[in-house]
Write a protein that binds this ligand. Structure first.
Ligand code: AMP
Length: 307
């Protein structure tokens, strides 16, 4: 800890307060995340170890850099990151900042580049949401918080369905899937895309997985043999949970009233009930949406703060 001078608190996370600090030797500003173990005998916290393992060798222009790691006398692990100025959640909530279609295209392009790099290395992020899309002073988006991230592989690795924040959670996890893959992250990216267009979270269930499923099914219709052939094998379905048949809403275009057709088309390719039919990050990046006008706003022209 003696290598750093703490300056101020940046935000509250699951593991405590994240502080801005100055690296004494270089003068570089960093973000310090201290992760404590509940009890000494637990040793170093698992979340910290996962995040260190995944981020240590991972250098990508749109993934937060892990600058340093050290332990303290009280057995806490301190993760030291490059420091960000703001995040997408704050931008979305600041009504004085307008988010144009060109800004949205820039955000989607960088987010998809970052998640595509993760999936290429068989890493699932599992907590994609606006709060975890940080921005540096120069407008560069950096994907952060790899505390829930996992390696996955084929044949599909068994994973806990207890991942991803509720409003960004895909239907297969809500139905209890323990074998899932990169399509789970793509659903979350689709929810972020929709939120950028609407300026509010798109699928706002009411605290429970069942309520979240109801919210999703009201828009996309209930799963059936034609739109999602394998859904019946998922734990909640085998336990007999059933929904009244409901068709998809025909007003999808009317929900995203200001969005052009290419934008709606890409969004629809991400938010598909059946994970096997969802676009991959690579397919999303090749969608005509990114080549069509308007061109993405250059990152240095993005408005990150209101006056
Ligand atoms: P986390 O524990 O990763 O959820 O972080 C908690 C909060 O700390 C976030 O919501 C941010 O406000 C802030 N934070 C985390 N990492 C950074 C960073 N690298 N730069 C600036 N702020 C950060």
């Amino acid at each position: 800890m003696e290598k750093y001078e703490v300056i101020k608190a940046l935000g509250q996370g699951t593991w405590g307060v994240v502080h801005m600090a100055k690296q004494k030797a270089t003068g570089r500003l960093v973000a310090l995340k201290k992760i404590k173990s509940e009890r000494l005998e637990e040793g170093i916290n698992f979340t910290a170890i996962r995040e260190i393992k995944l981020l240590r060798e991972f250098k990508h222009p749109n993934i937060i850099e892990l600058v340093d790691v050290f332990t303290t006398m009280d057995f806490a692990v301190c993760l030291v990151y490059e420091v960000a100025e703001t995040d997408l959640s704050k931008i979305l909530k600041d009504r004085a900042i307008s988010i144009s279609l060109a800004d949205t295209k820039q955000h989607m392009s960088t987010l998809l580049c970052a998640i595509s790099a993760c999936h290429d290395r068989w890493i699932l992020h599992r907590d994609l949401k606006p709060d975890n899309c940080l921005f540096l002073k120069d407008g560069t988006m950096k994907l952060a918080d790899f505390g829930l991230a996992r390696m996955y592989g084929t044949p599909k690795t068994r994973l806990s369905p207890q991942a991803i924040t509720l409003w960004y959670k895909p239907p297969e996890l809500l139905l209890g899937a323990s074998e899932y893959g990169s399509a789970a992250d793509i659903w979350s990216v689709g929810c972020i895309f929709a939120e950028l267009l609407l300026r509010r979270p798109f699928l706002q269930g009411n605290q429970t997985d069942i309520s979240q499923l109801d919210t999703i099914f009201q828009v996309f219709g209930t799963p059936n043999e034609s739109n999602w052939p394998d859904h019946g094998a998922l734990p909640l379905c085998t336990r007999g949970l059933e929904w009244d048949d409901c068709p998809p809403t025909h007003q999808f275009d009317e929900i995203f009233i200001a969005a052009p057709q290419d934008c709606i088309s890409l969004l629809r390719s991400m938010l598909v009930l059946d994970p096997n039919k969802r676009f991959t990050a690579c397919q999303c990046l090749s969608h005509p949406y990114f080549a069509n006008d308007p061109a993405p706003t250059p990152k240095e022209k993005l408005v990150l703060f209101s006056d």
